[in-house]
Design a protein around this ligand. Structure first.
Ligand code: SF4
Ligand code: SF4
Ligand code: SF4
Length: 298
């Protein structure tokens, strides 16, 4: 039977050690599957693979050991199951997200719905370098957004209701960063230590701490793997639409200006990062802050 090279070239089709076999990676924005889709994947894995499914680090599933002559058929079966073939080459790969406000008590943003919106707009776009996007609902950063080419972190600034603090110290106990101290009988924030997680806001029994500024921190240029690198803070924005707008600008910049064969993190080195930031801002942003988040206040 003739091999279909068109399918073989898809990013989600990964040739194994034995070149007659491929692993098929599935598109799964935010790693969400319905039980019906999971049943379908199980059936497909049994029919075309060896009856096993592998969970990947990017919140998706892959079906190992599919003979290359079956690629066209498995592609069709996966599309019918609404779990199409994913991507893994120099393109925008599976977008990952933590549970966010849907389930996590620490979350400041709706990561899953935002990841799904970003996926709809950008998944699979061919790029000069591989682009990974990860979203976390708070600075705990469970999906390691700063180790991705683009990271998004939900944050919030705590604001004290002036004059009413009893100095009870409960918020001090809750802050893991030691960013709150009691001085002269009232709470005081050490701004340089606050990571804007918002945990202290829930802790005050007198409801004196309010969420002043819920926002999205966007980071750029991180990566895992052979030469891991922490991404840098690019800017903060206030709405999902602004996040999508800025990510699109970053992707456009990388598409036009980055060159193949070198990591994006290397291309955005010390010299080039500020120029890159200015390029992104200069393209005309909607109403956003133009640098790192403002300092919180208590
Ligand atoms: S990053 Fe924050 S919001 Fe997301 S799962 Fe972790 S603790 Fe929860
Ligand atoms: S928002 Fe800042 S002050 Fe409050 S718990 Fe988090 S780090 Fe501490
Ligand atoms: S802000 Fe609330 S929890 Fe913190 S010391 Fe004041 S009264 Fe207590």
């Amino acid at each position: 039977m003739r091999t279909d090279f068109g399918i073989h070239m898809k990013g989600g089709v990964i040739t194994e050690r034995d070149a007659d076999f491929c692993t098929i990676r599935i598109r799964a924005p935010a790693g969400i599957f319905s039980v019906e889709q999971l049943r379908g994947i199980a059936k497909i894995a049994k029919k075309y693979g060896t009856g096993t499914v592998h969970c990947t680090t990017r919140q998706t599933l892959e079906i190992p050991h599919v003979n290359h002559v079956l690629l066209k058929k498995i592609e069709k079966a996966l599309a019918k199951n609404e779990t199409p073939v994913g991507s893994e080459r120099d393109e925008i790969v599976n977008i990952i997200a933590c549970p966010g406000v849907e389930r996590c008590k620490f979350a400041n943003i709706d990561t899953i719905s935002l990841a799904q919106k970003i996926d709809k707009k950008l998944f699979g776009k061919e790029m000069p370098v591989k682009m990974r996007i990860a979203l976390s609902g708070c600075p705990n950063a469970c999906t390691s957004p700063m180790l991705n080419e683009i990271g998004v972190i939900g944050r919030v600034r705590p604001l004290r209701t002036p004059g009413l603090c009893t100095g009870c110290g409960t918020c001090v106990q809750y802050c893991k960063e030691k960013a709150i101290v009691i001085r002269n009988g009232i709470s005081e924030l050490k701004e340089d230590k606050c990571v804007q997680c918002g945990v202290c806001i829930q802790s005050c029994h007198f409801d004196l701490l309010k969420a002043e500024h819920r926002h999205f921190l966007i980071t750029v240029g991180g990566r895992r793997g052979r030469h891991p690198k922490i991404g840098r803070e690019l800017l903060t924005v206030e709405t999902e639409e602004q996040v999508i707008f800025i990510i699109q600008k970053i992707v456009d910049w990388v598409y036009r200006r980055a060159w193949s064969g070198r990591l994006l993190s290397e291309q955005l080195d010390e010299l080039h990062f500020e120029k890159f930031r200015q390029d992104i801002i200069a393209q005309g942003m909607p109403d956003t802050n133009d640098n790192s988040a403002k300092k919180p206040s208590l």
